[in-house]
Design a binder for this molecule. Structure first.
Ligand code: GDP
Ligand code: MG
Length: 162
């Protein structure tokens, strides 16, 4: 069984950008698992030494209704299926109430979760990271998915034990 990495976080933090980096695709190699909605995308991890599966999700905002509710349900399902959860936040936007809601859920689940601060390009990394320590998920890891910065190191780090 390949290790499964789930990408979760509120919408617009860069999950799909990271997904495409990890699968080395724009979208071409993204495939939907039979029987699941397209809000949960599975891809073959193609970065680093070890093969893995990566799941992209639509996002969680908290207090969801309608389509947002389905998106959140898919995200929670992805967390269930994952061996490792990468919880993405936006280093430019700073801490958001949705981030706290997701962190709460992850702290209560017994999943291995890593806090990933994305969009750290062009910002002071110490300032960008400072806010997120309060989420109680350990030391945040800085990346800039759009610039492929920190991505390979991240994969090697989280798959170290697999
Ligand atoms: P998702 O909703 O979490 O899947 O987020 P997307 O991957 O669709 O990205 C949302 C927006 O953030 C897009 O405009 C991306 O180009 C932008 N973005 C993603 N990663 C980075 C990054 O590392 N730096 C910056 N500056 N923008 C980014
Ligand atoms: Mg997306």
């Amino acid at each position: 069984m390949l290790p499964v990495i789930a990408l979760v976080g509120r919408p617009n933090v860069g999950k799909s950008t990271l997904f495409n980096r990890l699968t080395r695709s724009r979208d071409a190699l993204v495939h939907d698992m039979p029987g699941v909605t397209r809000d949960r995308k599975y891809g073959d991890g193609k970065l680093g030494e070890k093969p893995f599966i990566v799941i992209d999700t639509g996002g969680i905002t908290g207090g969801e209704e309608g389509i947002d509710h389905e998106m959140a349900r898919q995200s929670l399902q992805a967390i269930e299926e994952a061996d490792v959860v990468l919880f993405l936040v936006d280093g430019r936007a700073g801490l958001n109430p949705s981030d706290e809601m997701i962190a709460d859920h992850l702290r209560r689940s017994n999943k291995e979760a890593h806090l990933i601060v994305n969009k750290t390009d062009g910002v002071d990394p110490d300032v960008a990271m400072a806010d997120f320590h309060t989420l109680g998920l350990g030391e945040p890891i800085a990346i800039a998915a759009a610039h492929n910065r920190g991505v390979r190191l991240l994969v090697e780090y989280v798959l170290g034990g697999y």
